[in-house]
Design a protein around this ligand. Structure first.
Ligand code: NAI
Ligand code: HPV
Length: 520
């Protein structure tokens, strides 16, 4: 297995939340030791992860995978979220530590959507109050006058997987659906039956608002006093996404003033919620984060996350990588990544050896790729960053490699190399090249993905491709001085004979060589 392919050693996995048993079964079938230990306090979680040497951790929303946990659990390589939202995982800390975070997107979409609709329907017909009254032995048919949804306007904030499903279902109740999502165009929204509008236009139009956005710094307290004041009097607020999206004190004040007609809440800023006033308010219908709690959703997310762990253990691609932009999804990508990594290692070693002139402390590597590889920009940048870091003695995988390189003063740019205009009809480039655009004299290396092999050096073609494996030495000299190196194995020389690149049998310093790189 090559160093840049997506392979994670996953021998032991801890499941620290209540995940469907299918997850353990699939992991165990694949020979992975999976331990279910639910409800560990933060300290106990750290102690278990460190003493158990777990390489994988599976969580739902209860376990907080914060920086402290990630820094303490040094064996940890992958955190899997058996669900959608990853706000309980510190993604920055995970990326810095090279820990891959995965989720199971889509497995609980329908359940979460059905639950949001349930909250809206239950709230507007005051089902929770009527039920409590019946249980108390009463038969009160006057107290629970409801509101019809037909002909009313529902504002869907966040038109992703769940938001669209909610809109579809509520249109069946005769609601007009309007919505906002910065990643969705008005034309796209129209195709799935939602009238797109900016938030400031949307709030005053809504009889009910339902939230379906992730909790991010820019969505925190999205619904606050100002927003509630701009809504219609009596607006219903449904939140089955994340507690932090609604400013709870502002919501309580709006409920008390009558500006908000009722709230259906499945999620809370702190879970379990601390402030009983909101929970006990007559016009509030609550559930304890049950959006994804159905037999079907739990089964799907458990299987989805377990199967991704098994694929990672086998070196295969996964679809739910949250911080894994750099991961190769298939063998072809992996081959180009390995080339990018090794070319970057060679390029950075060349700079360190003084082949490119000094120009500031930062090292800018420019990846120039054929147009066919443009879609792989991020995986290739990650691989090149990991290669450049290897030259500085920092061995790491692809997760978070670009950020780690940036921190070390290394930037990796990406551009598509066009066929040179002067050579009319010239074939499009097929090699990947790395150069250092800020440095003079020019220093560049280029190669092809199969192998991976070096085919160009300092802008010149080599007489034969040189596989970038083992130890490679580069020697620049006039043609007359070259013969002594011909005794070296697998020498490849540039077209004008001024540069020889050789592969050696083992690590060795070549007399007179400008640089010597060992790939591993
Ligand atoms: N209550 C529960 O048990 C569950 C809650 N959830 C929550 O629901 C959220 C949404 O889930 P999905 O629809 O599957 O995610 P998604 O990623 O398919 O959709 C989220 C959408 O929100 C949009 N968005 C981001 N910032 C926005 C903003 N400022 N304004 C409007 N839209 C914005 C994104 O562009 C995206 O289209 C999850 O992040 C999770 O927090 C998900 C599943 C179950
Ligand atoms: O998938 C999500 O984002 C959820 O909120 C579901 O959370 P849970 O797995 O039920 O703790």
């Amino acid at each position: 297995m090559s160093e840049s392919a997506v392979q994670f050693p996953l021998r032991r996995v801890l499941l620290s939340d209540d995940v469907d048993p299918r997850c353990v079964a699939i992991l165990a079938d694949a020979g992975i030791d999976a331990q279910l230990k639910v409800g560990l306090a933060p300290d106990a979680l750290i102690a278990e992860l460190t003493s158990g040497g777990y390489e994988g951790l599976v969580v739902r929303s209860a376990t907080k995978v914060n920086r402290q946990v990630l820094e303490a659990a040094t064996a940890l390589r992958v955190v899997g979220r058996a669900g959608t939202g990853v706000d309980n995982i510190d993604l920055n800390a995970a990326s810095e530590r090279g820990v891959l975070v995965l989720n199971a997107p889509g497995g609980n979409t329908v359940s979460a959507a059905e639950h949001a609709c349930t909250l809206l329907l239950g709230l507007t017909r005051r089902v929770h109050l009527a039920d409590a009254s019946m249980r108390a032995g009463r038969w009160d048919r006057k107290k629970f006058l409801g509101t019809e949804l037909h002909g009313k306007t529902l504002a869907v904030v966040g038109l992703g997987r769940i938001g669209r499903e909610v809109a579809n279902r509520m249109r069946a109740f005769g609601m007009r659906t309007i919505g906002y999502d910065p990643m969705v165009t008005p034309e796209q929204a129209k195709e799935f039956g939602v009238e797109w509008m900016e938030l400031d236009k949307l709030w005053p139009e809504a009889d009910a608002v339902t939230l379906h956005v992730p909790l991010l710094p820019h969505t925190e307290n999205l619904v606050n006093a100002r927003v509630l004041a701009s809504c219609r009097r009596g607006v219903f607020i449904i939140n089955a996404a994340r507690g932090g999206l609604v400013q709870e004190a502002d919501l309580l004040a709006a409920l008390e003033s009558g500006q908000c007609g009722g709230a259906g809440l499945d999620v809370f800023a702190v879970e379990p919620p601390q402030d009983a006033r909101l929970l006990q308010h007559e016009r509030v219908l609550t559930t304890p984060h049950l959006g994804a709690s159905t037999i079907e959703a739990q089964s799907r997310v458990a299987v989805e996350i377990a199967e991704q762990f098994v694929r990672l253990a086998r070196g295969e691609g996964v679809h739910g990588a949250v911080n894994g932009e750099g991961l190769a999804a298939n063998p072809e990508t992996a081959a180009w990544q390995l080339l990018a990594r090794r070319l970057a290692q060679l390029a950075a070693a060349g700079v360190a050896a003084g082949l490119a002139g000094p120009n500031g402390d930062r090292l800018r590597l420019r990846l120039r790729a054929p147009a066919a590889l443009a879609r792989l920009a991020r995986p290739l940048q990650a691989a090149a960053a990991a290669g450049a870091l290897a030259t500085r003695g920092e061995s790491r995988g692809l997760v978070g490699a670009v950020a780690a390189a940036n921190k070390q003063g290394i930037d990796v740019d990406f551009e598509v190399a066009e066929a040179e205009v002067v050579k009319k009809g010239a074939a499009a480039p097929t090699t990947l090249e790395i150069d250092c655009p800020d440095r003079r004299p020019g220093w560049s290396v280029g190669g092809v993905g199969s192998g991976p092999a070096l085919t160009r050096c300092c802008g010149r073609e080599l007489s034969q491709p040189l596989v970038l494996d083992g130890t490679v030495a580069l020697l620049q000299a006039g043609a007359a001085q070259l013969p002594p190196v011909q005794r070296l194995l697998a020498a490849a020389r540039s077209a004008d004979g001024s540069c020889v690149v050789c592969r050696l049998d083992g690590p060795a310093a070549v007399e007179g060589s400008q640089l010597c790189v060992t790939f591993s």
